[in-house]
Ligand binder design. Structure first.
Ligand code: GDP
Length: 440
């Protein structure tokens, strides 16, 4: 995420390294680079200019006798300002209504339908709500179908009224249906167009007026940079929406939209979409995003994701197995699956401070585990639980079955052996605590 911007900001802030103090000259030099980095990331020109002016004032106004090095101080000021620019505090969503009605708006292709599903899934699992998804795109039967597919996938009911060409009528009926059937959240997916046009605006305005939603969310594709900001402005002028959803932040996004949008429409970014799958949704935390932009990693999100996947019961069972020397390849597979559930490898690496930058040119393959999984799947249950039974002929068979080589089997067996020894060692004394922390 935002690799280019992170890189350039890092270089800009490096200018101050080796300088003993902050002066008008070195600050100007640094900020020229910072501004260039922001503009290259497609940040609105005025915002970039105001940003560097504020940073400059703050930097020059600092007490020289501070404990921080000039470069550290500058990083801190830039980080604080970036955080403020993106909204400061985290913004929640209003779920007080009964049912709470959430209206989705945005252009076609921005990710509205996908996000409607993600949000329903998020509310269902995290907030134990009973959502109803509503298909209001009356022009594209495919869109209604898509929402049904999404609903099936996450186990959330979808309300649609095929043949009905009146979105206001559909939405009103859906709310009544929700009340009758105990749904406490109604998420209304609307029709989008390829560009802002009057007819679409009128339609969504009508739905908005009729529903009087608790939350109107504007969904926008972060890859579109400045255009995202302009579209946001057009929708906000008509709908006065409550929050922004930035999608496709997993792609090659430059960052401009994330940084500029809050200032332009004065509405917070509430969630981000980081992939096509239903769990690729994150609450937007301005400070964590600033950390990530500055290559400082996002340890909090990483730990949170690990905690989400952490299953105490499983961990206890695993500890027992390790203590008894019974840790086998089936357990190993389970561990791999836990890590995979935390997100894409690239995403996870990006959250580790410094790692994103250091590994930027390394091709991090989400299929990194594929070979390992294939090898384990080609083993018999006996081989999985007692790896020492895997002799030369078995290795040949496993290699053939998994489309790998004997050399790869040997490598995995060796790694597995080392890992088992290490786990055993960690079982004694303080190691156990460490393992618990790692969710192993
Ligand atoms: P809609 O027309 O606004 O309803 O947009 P869709 O929900 O149909 O999404 C358009 C395309 O973007 C689909 O191919 C989605 O899979 C994809 N998409 C949506 N959100 C994300 C995201 O966060 N990351 C990525 N990589 N793709 C996304």
């Amino acid at each position: 995420m935002f690799d280019n911007l992170s890189d350039k900001l890092d270089k800009a802030l490096h200018v101050l390294k080796g300088h003993g103090s902050i002066t008008e000259v070195n600050v100007a030099e640094t900020l020229k680079e910072v501004r260039r980095a922001l503009l290259d990331a497609d940040v609105n020109f005025k915002i970039a200019k105001d940003f560097t002016n504020t940073v400059k004032e703050k930097a020059l106004g600092q007490n020289v006798l501070t404990a921080l090095q000039p470069s550290q101080l500058m990083v801190k000021i830039v980080k604080d300002e970036l955080t403020a620019l993106m909204g400061g505090d985290v913004a929640g969503i209003n779920l007080k209504g009964s049912p709470s009605v959430i209206l989705m708006s945005g252009l076609q292709g921005s990710g509205k339908t996908t996000f409607s599903g993600k949000l329903a899934n998020f509310l269902k699992t995290k907030k134990t709500k009973k959502p109803l998804l509503v298909a209001c795109d009356v022009y594209r039967p495919a869109a209604i179908n898509q929402l049904h597919v999404v609903g099936d996938q996450i186990g959330v009911e979808v309300f649609s009224d095929e043949g009905n060409m009146d979105p206001v009528d559909i939405a009103t009926k859906a709310v009544a249906y929700a009340k009758q059937n105990g749904h406490n959240v109604v998420i209304v997916d609307t029709a989008g167009r390829l560009a802002v046009d009057e007819e679409m605006m009128k339609e969504i305005e009508n739905v908005h007026r009729a529903l009087n939603p608790d939350e109107t969310l504007f969904v926008v594709d972060a890859m579109t940079g400045q255009d995202a900001v302009n579209t946001a402005k057009a929708f906000n002028d008509r709908l006065n929406f409550d929050g922004v959803i930035l999608t496709k932040l997993d792609g090659d996004t430059r960052g401009g939209a994330a940084i500029s949008i809050k200032t332009v429409v004065n509405k917070p970014i509430k969630f981000i979409g980081t992939g096509e799958k239903m769990d690729a949704i994150d609450v937007f935390y301005p400070e964590r995003m600033a950390d990530r932009i500055l290559g400082m990693g996002d340890v909090i999100s990483l730990v949170e994701r690990a905690q989400e996947q952490f299953d105490e019961e499983e961990a206890r069972k695993l500890q027992k197995k390790i203590a008894k020397n019974q840790f086998g390849f089936d357990d190993f597979l389970k561990q791999i699956n836990q890590v995979k559930k935390m997100g894409s490898m690239k995403d996870l690496v990006g959250m580790i401070p410094g790692a994103g930058k250091a590994l930027k040119d390394v091709d991090i393959d989400d299929d990194a585990f594929k070979h390992i999984e294939a090898i384990i799947h080609s083993m018999t249950p006996e081989e999985r639980s007692i790896p020492s039974t895997i002799n030369a002929s078995r290795k040949k068979r496993i290699a053939k079955g998994s489309g790998t080589s004997v050399q790869q089997i040997n490598q995995l067996l060796k790694q597995f052996d080392q890992m088992s020894k290490m786990m055993k060692m960690m079982q004694g004394g303080g190691g156990r605590k460490m393992m618990q922390m790692m969710g192993k």
